[in-house]
Design a protein around this ligand. Sequence first.
Ligand SMILES: [Zn+2]
Ligand SMILES: [Zn+2]
Length: 575
Amino acid sequence: MAEKKVSNAEIASTLFEIADLLELKGVAFKPRAYRSAAQTIEALGEDITDIAERGELEEIAGVGESIAGKIRTVIDQGNLPYLDRLREDMPEGVRELMELEGIGPKKALFLHRKLGISGIDDLEVAAKKEKVRELEGFATTSEQHILDAIEVWKERHERFLLGYILHDAEAIERKLREHDAVKKACLAGSIRRRRETVGDADILVATDEPETVSHFFCSLPEARRVVMEGPKRCTIVVARNLHVDLRVIEEEQFGAALQYFTGSKAHNITLRKRALDHDWKLSEYGLATRDGGDIVAREHEEEIYEALGLAFIPPELRENRGEIEAAEEGTLPALIEYGDLWGDLHAHTKWSDGAHSVREMAEAARDRGWEYLIISDHSGGLAIAHGLSEGDIRTQGKEIEKVNRELEDITVLQGIEANVDKDGTIDVKKSILRDLDFVVGSVHSGFKMTEKEMTERVVTAIHQDHLNMIGHPTGRLIQKREPYALDLDAVFEEAASVGVLLEINAFPTRLDLSDIHCRRAHDAGVMLGISTDAHDTDHLRFLDLGVAVARRGWLEAGDVINTRSLDELRAWLKQ
Ligand SMILES: [Zn+2]
Ligand SMILES: [Zn+2]
């Protein structure tokens, strides 16, 4: 897939949607401004990305500073936090309807109020029963259009971003574990391996009371719909239309089933071959001899690996990328653990395009038990919404000092996420950078360069004074934008030699560097940093996703800078 440019039509529809949402909220005047800007952009004879690149958005009729900022954010990030927040104010089922092409907030709310529809499943049933056509403004053609849009939506939702579903799936796993009749419960499949995208969620349980547990599972408040309920297997549909499968397993076979259903396929195929070498057979029911079927191991995963002469392989490594050989030789890495991080290196506040204040972000970080939070808002280059000016940076510094005086158990450091210009320079003066605790350099615009040009740009950035970390180094947005052309090995080599960090950006749409890239970066001698790129206090929970990427990238605690305490981090930065 080639890099997908944001089209004029997409920008226009974003602005139309903002207008509708503001109107539904009863906001005066603004809706009209958004609508007229949207109409102008729809009719433009030139690509809006080109206009943005020239820094001339505000020359478009009806586009003021604020709308221009939002357009730039959509172009750079592929999403718009402001719009997400407006959507969040709508009832949940209505929000889901709005994900369908052609269904704006007004239509969604209308369907909700008139037919009680709260979700795409509901709407599909109503449209198939021809109930929608009875509504004013929804003719038969529009009913067909809805069904078509649902098909498109389903295709697009075949795989979910890990970060958007992991915590919901874990909550269900936890509820099952806490149930009296459940002896064991564990997520399996790609979600347990923490793959960056996931098709559905599998949970295995061991219990003596299958019917009680199945019924409990199907009655969970998270279940929007029950697809299947049986004593051995159930499927429910939860938020975002994620299917969650429950399988009831005999306790004595639990390890074998967990191993089998965790995958990956490639890992299991190699493991089964290994079992055959011993004249054993490995299946979801256990590791057994081939002739008599005597059980060798099955209750615990560890026993299966041990019987096969292997060290236990953590789920994140089970991709058949050399982990079985390493487990045999005893050279598996001692993976970084989920609790190993002391703080976050990259987060935004209201000073740029974040939703919360420095203090709110600091309190949320403190409540997570972190020792430090680096606030790195956007710099004020052309390309980014609400970037900080030099004056802003100084004022923000004072605010951070104040928060540090007032709050205990958390230290806020002042960083910045500066733009890496096309020539590789940083768009903030050295005299300003010098006084900051941490400098992230990120490519936010001008993605359409040749590999040679882009590599030169990033390598030049690595050599800029005061730069500590390259943010989201490949620029990819999962399922939305391919990485820009870049010779990563050249970047790794340069970053390693200069001692600049490369980021594992843990934001669900980014996960950039990816697992495979992390491993290559580490092999080249690069130190990595994990950060959330939070634009909201709630986003701080994504830090674990970065650890998951690091684990899938075979990293140990020592390979990641923020497994260090504040004092150690400061000492490292001084070097
Ligand atoms: Zn960024
Ligand atoms: Zn950022």
